[in-house]
Design a protein around this ligand. Structure first.
Ligand code: SF4
Length: 445
């Protein structure tokens, strides 16, 4: 639990020496509580106080990083139970499993397919986050052989799933620089696995049969100096998993219970497509940090990814696109110019319709703080002055020669004033984006 300014003050030297730049220790304590200062700025703090303050300022759920270079994923680090309380920061990673009993050819095909899953949705690039290599064969040789293929053909973070410490050691020798997740230590191999992840500085997943055992494992791993932990409660049913995940999240956030202050990994065991989607969406919503799936089918992945995107969108911050002039097709001085707001959903509704029209056109996107057309108009964020200002800033008169601008049909009321302030002829476009192709074909001149 975060300490208040007063709690922090009690641990400071209380000499008001000003060496930290604050006039008093209390002022410094307040700054620390607001995260506007760091402990290192007070040179006289005692080691005991430092330890106590560092411990209390640790996030209730640790942030765990996997991967290296441009392929790092971060999981955990959440601070609230419900998204509407603040926001969720680190979206659940989606990993696809790859088992080492597949033939060499099938392995390469699977890796290629995983790499191929990449697309854009409302301005965000979406791809599979990690590959989970499963030691289904129980053979160290086969496991390492498949790992070689993954390392050669993919830069994604890897989850090394084998119960055998020797196999894991062989794998870590090959890829510890990629910071893989070792899955998993249990009551049989905990000490060996902890020694390995300590030596190779990589995170460790703990797998238990129930929460009591998980608690014990986490305490033991903590006692052995392991700080980067991912939890697997070993839940057998969806109902049980939901219960376990909720308890872990509640205990870590509400009680600051350190053994459960880590992200959770869940394997989707169901093979029925619909159930896979249901399980995955449930775990993403409450409260998994990583899910591992055995499917690369689009009809399974798309709903899961869409749901994840919705959950991990800040409800207080509308998704926006950059306000600027967008070009569709091979625009020239005679191309039409349409105008809209920078609400992402508006932009991604309008732009495909312009593209589908086959007509080259400009789309001027103004800064409406992420509001849709009607909301922005009502909130005075999409006014004639704002539009005219945006036209001026991008020097629209040098882009086209016709001095005509098309506004959305829903805000036809803006046309008179916009003509006055911009000096351009204002055309009232369609109300619905779906009518844009018809408008450009039949009305625009
Ligand atoms: S440097 Fe430390 S002791 Fe001095 S005023 Fe700041 S907080 Fe207090």
């Amino acid at each position: 639990m975060a300490l208040s300014g007063l709690d922090i003050y009690k641990l400071l030297p209380k000499t008001n020496c000003k060496k930290c730049g604050s006039p008093t220790c209390l002022a410094f304590a307040m700054k620390l509580a607001m995260k506007k200062a760091t402990l290192a700025e007070c040179p006289d703090i005692t080691q005991d106080a430092k330890k106590a303050l560092e411990e209390s300022s640790r996030p209730p759920i640790a942030l765990i990083k996997l991967g290296s270079g441009d392929n790092i994923i971060e999981v955990g680090g959440e601070t609230v139970l419900f998204r509407h309380e603040k926001t969720f920061y680190h979206q659940a990673a989606i990993a696809i499993s790859l088992d080492d009993t597949l033939s060499d050819a099938a392995i390469l095909v699977r890796i290629k397919e995983i790499e191929k899953i990449s697309f854009e949705r409302i301005g965000q690039h979406i791809a599979i986050d990690a590959i989970a290599l499963i030691n289904k064969s129980s053979s160290s040789e086969k496991f390492l052989n498949v790992l070689d293929k993954i390392l050669l053909n993919s830069k994604k973070p890897v989850i090394l799933a084998s119960p055998d410490p020797k196999t894991i050691e062989g794998a870590l020798k090959k890829c510890s620089d990629r910071k893989p997740l070792v899955y998993a230590a249990d009551s049989n191999n905990l000490k060996d696995m902890c020694a390995l992840v300590k030596a190779y500085k990589t995170p460790l997943a703990l797998r238990a049969k129930n929460l009591e055992e998980l608690d014990k494992l986490s305490q033991e791993a903590g006692g052995l100096g392991i700080e980067e932990i991912v939890l697997d409660p070993g839940s057998e049913t969806l109902h049980g998993a939901l219960n376990d995940l909720t308890q872990i999240r509640r205990l870590s956030l509400k009680r600051n219970y350190r053994p459960f202050g880590f992200p959770v990994i869940m394997f989707i065991k169901n093979t029925d497509k619909y159930q896979m989607v249901i399980d995955s969406c449930t775990f993403i919503a409450k409260y998994s940090g990583i899910i591992v799936l055995d499917s690369i089918e689009e009809d399974v992945l798309l709903p899961i990814i869409t749901m994840r995107q919705n959950i991990y969108t800040d409800p207080q911050k509308p998704v926006t696109v950059e306000p600027k002039l967008y070009k569709f097709g091979s625009c020239d001085k005679n191309s039409p110019v349409m105008v809209t707001t920078n609400f992402s959903l508006t932009f991604y509704t309008v732009s495909p319709e312009i593209e589908a029209s086959g007509h080259s056109a400009y789309l001027l996107v103004t800064d409406s703080e992420g509001m849709s057309v009607l909301t922005a108009w009502a909130a005075e964020k999409f006014t004639p002055e704002i539009i005219a200002d945006a036209m001026k800033k991008i020097e629209l008169e040098n882009v086209v020669s016709h001095k005509k601008i098309i506004i959305p049909g829903y805000v036809a009321v803006l046309s008179g004033k916009l003509e006055d302030v911009s000096g351009w002829q204002v055309l009232v476009g369609p109300k619905e984006a779906s009518s844009i192709p018809k408008y450009l074909k039949e009305v625009w001149k």
